[in-house]
Design a protein around this ligand. Structure first.
Ligand code: PEP
Ligand code: MN
Length: 337
């Protein structure tokens, strides 16, 4: 149930409404916009008469939310969520770009690529230190050593860091080095991990599962929101279909679907979505045109020898050129990069 308070509701009235909701047995989540306060009351009982809330002083409107995701929905929060991390915003009119290697491989590698990221005008350095690999024989990541190197490189070039957390016992360690947690596609429905991440205040980017519906993906975001972490970002990274000419199928239409139903920022990852270097620029351009709030792309200066995902990594020069093209497309839809 969503309870919309009058624009001029007093603090006393808001407190009273909350007290009533608690007495009725609801769990309350507050969203204070510029204009008005909205209360999300979770746990609506089938027979509950919403008029009991409607008549309280200061209440403008009450309605039930029928979608299974509530805090993530536009009904609960109409204005878009803008996540601010230091001097970077994700979700506003400036499209954020996250770029870097699939895996951190060495000090030299991450510094080289951080320099490219900064030169391109992007603000966020990506790179995995703990890698979810399909094969146990593949490179599993540099671990804490990699985190240290990436933080050092990011600080040197004035960038934020995003890196993947695979399990609960890595949260504290990774939290010391990162600005954003990446929840990988394979962990989208790792509910115990979601619950632990919900206790953090570090933003979490939830990648869409390989065969997750948009609703399931939004429900994973809901887990994090419901535990109290409001800094949730979604990431479309392609879904598994019958098509072998691409690594995954980039579900571009997820972008407008999410924009309509949710206030959460959405990132597009054309690197994992396509899996091939030549397909990344066209799909990155398409994602900006489709309204993505941010992009995530893998780059590498020596992709032939990359420890993971070399075939989809853009060369630095291609990436810099692409950024120029993306700026032109962004301008056409009233945004900047
Ligand atoms: C990655 O970003 O390198 C990664 C492993 O992504 P995904 O979880 O989308 O496969
Ligand atoms: Mn990768």
């Amino acid at each position: 149930m969503v309870v919309i308070l009058e624009n001029n509701a007093t603090d006393e009235q808001i407190k009273n409404v909350k007290q009533h909701l608690e007495d009725f047995g609801f769990q309350i989540h507050e969203s204070s916009g510029v204009q008005r306060t909205i209360l999300g009351a979770i746990g609506v009982k089938p027979g509950f008469d919403t008029r009991k809330v409607r008549i309280l002083e200061g209440v403008a409107d009450v309605y039930r939310v029928t979608s299974p995701f509530k805090l993530a929905s536009r009904n609960f929060k109409e204005e878009k969520t803008i996540i601010k991390i230091k001097d970077v915003e994700i979700g506003g009119d400036k499209i954020a770009v996250m770029a870097g290697p699939c895996s951190i491989e060495s000090e030299e590698q991450i510094f080289k690529l951080a320099e490219v990221v900064a030169k391109s005008g992007s603000k966020i350095l990506r790179g995995g230190a703990f890698k979810p690999r399909s094969s146990p024989y593949s490179f599993q990541g540099m671990g804490e050593e990699g985190l240290k190197l990436m933080r050092k490189a990011a600080d040197e070039f004035g960038l934020l860091v995003i890196t993947e957390v695979m399990q609960i016992d890595q949260i504290d360690l990774i939290g010391k080095y990162t600005d954003i947690f990446q929840l990988g596609a394979r962990n989208m429905q790792n509910f115990s991990l979601l619950k632990e991440l919900s206790k953090s205040r570090i933003p979490v980017m939830v990648k869409r599962g390989l065969s997750a519906t948009i609703e399931e993906w939004l429900m994973s975001g809901e887990y994090i929101l419901s535990g109290g972490n409001k800094n949730v970002i979604l990431c479309e990274r392609g879904i598994r279909t019958f098509e072998p000419y691409t690594r995954n199928t980039f579900d571009l239409s997820a972008i407008p679907v999410v924009q309509k139903r949710s206030h959460l920022p959405i990132v597009a990852d054309p690197s994992h979505a396509t899996g091939y270097r030549d397909q990344v620029p066209p799909m990155a351009r398409a994602a900006v045109a489709a309204g993505a709030d941010a992009l995530m792309m893998e780059i590498h200066h020596d992709p032939e020898n990359a420890m993971s995902d070399g075939p989809q990594a853009l060369l630095p020069d291609t990436f810099i050129t692409l950024m120029g093209e993306l700026r032109a497309i962004a301008a056409a839809i009233g945004k900047t990069i």
